[in-house]
Write a protein of this length. Structure first.
Length: 106
């Protein structure tokens, strides 16, 4: 399935718009990962553990978005965007949402 952040796909005509699709995932924070990520931030390094969590959340949300589009019989999803939000008590959870428009290509 083609997924793109653009509103069109070069070389393909959009024949039909099937509707908005989305995928959501919510992940809890890990206190030990948070502690070591904080230490890396103090010494100026990158936080690989946080980057992996964000990447995993994005991949899961995108996978669910594609499943939603396939249920509609889509060939592609255009206009894909991601939203990241801290939620829950003390912002202890990370929510990642992927949205887009499912389309049939001509």
């Amino acid at each position: 399935m083609i997924t793109t952040t653009t509103s069109s796909i070069e070389g393909h005509a959009i024949r039909q718009y099937l509707g908005i699709v989305s995928g959501e995932t919510v992940m809890g924070a890990n206190i030990f990962r948070d502690f070591f990520a904080g230490l890396r931030d103090i010494v100026g390094g990158r936080s690989g553990s946080y980057e992996n969590v964000l990447r995993g959340g994005r991949d899961q949300a995108l996978s669910e978005l594609i499943e939603d589009a396939q249920r509609l019989g889509a060939d592609a999803v255009v206009g894909v965007s991601f939203d990241y939000e801290a939620i829950g008590a003390s912002d202890s959870m990370l929510m990642v949402v992927a949205t887009g428009t499912a389309v049939k290509l001509g």
